[in-house]
Design a protein around this ligand. Structure first.
Ligand code: ADP
Ligand code: 5GP
Length: 186
């Protein structure tokens, strides 16, 4: 059976990665979204095993020691990582797998899996990024500022990716992403 393709969606927090991915997934039953592990606290409405596997720092570090991660990184004040086994299993089954991760982790995947398709989701402007992050209302102002500081660094790396998709209008950006997925499926 033909193996699936690994896609990495990266870009600064608030650019719209999660929103775009949810739209894509709703229209595409061959796309498997990899559930990451994190040490950050669940937001209201988030459930363990759905948005993330929520781990303690000790649990996360144990998985690092076991080499269980395809990639992992510290982002702002927490660990985030992709468990390797479920990703490999889905790819073997012929599903396309998408990782929604920050930039350091994306670079690790690029090194380990040179065949992964690397997509950077960019905001139309830094001001719009800040407005979206604040508008989402999931972080207090101190954490928003830390995320925006990190975003400045992340945005410098966008040209290292295979594709840069500017999330200006949702529908337009979803169509552009569908076009990228279609290229490997012909
Ligand atoms: P990320 O997953 O990259 O952190 P989200 O998907 O959570 O970003 O989006 C951040 C905020 O911006 C959310 O409140 C979302 O509804 C909003 N948003 C996403 N895409 C757009 C867009 N194209 N135009 C306006 N707002 C958007
Ligand atoms: P959030 O706390 O907003 O859910 O995520 C913060 C950042 O961590 C986002 O940029 C998100 O893409 C990234 N992230 C989520 N899961 C992973 C992961 O498994 N690995 C890495 N490196 N980053 C992740």
């Amino acid at each position: 059976m033909r193996k699936g393709t690994l896609y990495v969606f990266t870009g600064p927090s608030g650019a719209g990665k999660g929103t775009l991915l949810a739209r894509l997934q709703a229209q595409d039953d061959r796309l498997f979204y990899s559930i990451s592990a994190t040490t950050r606290a669940p937001r209201p409405g988030e459930t363990d095993g759905v948005q993330y596997y929520f781990l303690s720092k000790a649990e996360f570090e144990e998985k690092i020691a076991q080499n269980a991660f395809l990639e992992h990184a510290r982002y702002v004040d927490n660990y985030y990582g992709t468990l390797e086994a479920p990703v490999n299993e889905k790819l073997e089954q012929g599903f396309d797998v998408v990782l929604e991760i920050e930039v350091q982790g994306a670079m690790q995947v690029h090194e380990k899996r040179p065949d992964a398709v690397m997509v950077f989701i960019a905001p139309p402007s830094f001001e719009e990024l800040a407005a979206r992050l604040r508008g989402r209302g999931t972080e207090d102002e101190e954490k928003v500022l830390k995320r925006l500081e990190t975003a400045k660094e992340e945005l410098k790396h966008q040209n290292e990716f295979d594709y840069v998709v500017v999330n200006d209008q949702l529908d337009r950006a979803v169509e552009e992403l569908k076009g990228i997925l279609a290229k490997r499926r012909t």
